[in-house]
Design a protein around this ligand. Sequence first.
Ligand code: ADP
Ligand code: MG
Length: 403
Amino acid sequence: MSGDLDSLDLIGGKRLSIVTTADGLTAEPQVRDSDGSWRRARPGDGVAEALLALLVAAPGVSEIGSFTVHSWSARVAAGERAITVDQTNESVIVGDAAVVKWAAHLLAGPHPAPRRIELLRANGFRHMPCPWGLVTWRSEDGAQTLVAGVDEYLPGAVDGWTWAVDLIAAAAAAPGAPADELMAAAADVGAVIAELHAALASTATIASPADAQRWRAAAVATLDEARAQADPALRDLLDSRAINEILADLGAMAGTAVIEGHGDLHVGQVLRHPGGYAVIDFDGNPVLPPAERVLPIPAVLDVAGLAQSLTHAAIVARRHHRVDEQALARVERLARDRFTRSYATHLAALGHGELYDPACLRAFRLQQVLREVVYAARHLPRWMYVPETALPMLLDEGIAGGP
Ligand code: ADP
Ligand code: MG
């Protein structure tokens, strides 16, 4: 069963519809066929081009029925092609100038992205693709959710599942191989995330005891779920007392600063392009219920997400490149340290050192590993080797006296 609930008319014969599917609501670009019926548009049908034209025609904020169109700095562009990488939403590149992303699954609003992007723009954050505009839709309950986002296209951009994996593999290629480029990248990304958090510092509040309990309960629930999904060898590790002890720290975070941070930060959300680094995807954490995705987070959660993804990138590097295991473990550790130190130094230099409390860095990194176990079990079994390898590495750090 499917049906159109609402639609935003673009130029002749093109529209953006809100469609009910068995899976929930989706935003669907549509074109009118020669027989007059509407069908889902494909890249090349011109619906993304038509959205750019609407943004150009209506700068500022426009209300059109239940849709709200925010237009900041759009230009007209022509020629559509699909983004070819594996991704959850449908993105179309227009004229090598813009990326139009249609929301595949509408969140029960409010959606985190519009507010975060607006704040980052207003506070002059430079390390993201320039936002051109976005479209939200108001459902019957009055909440706004994101249906389409338009950003500047960054030619030559690759995400960290490419750039970090390659730099880590190169640095570990031979004992004594130079790691300068990897270390420079880790330091640069640390500075970028510090700037991101500084730009969101105006949202800072203080975590309540209930917040801290929620974080701990969520981590324990993820642990239980990982246990339920794991094979016997992994389950043995998940049963270790150390895990519960590490996660218990999260319950003691009441009083820490929280901000409306990224919420789903990992190397895949950091593009490397000829102009530097750009953070993308402000949709919040997809594994949380929609209402929790907008809640503020401690800055260390973002730092942990990015740091742990460097470990995961190293594990991917080991599978796909001929690298020495010892060398890999060494560069992985060095890169992670360089990233976190650079982050802390830059954040302090920007006057916001109080936002970062590293006490729970390891607990949130562990939570990230557990989430990857659940994700792999549910959606991507061939990814399971990553958390399976990461978990003993993380637990061994404590024994070795690491941070
Ligand atoms: P999803 O929600 O589907 O994960 P993302 O916004 O994270 O979508 O983008 C998926 C991929 O598209 C990125 O990993 C990157 O390769 C590419 N991409 C996204 N935005 C841009 C951009 N502004 N310029 C160039 N490539 C981009
Ligand atoms: Mg993404």
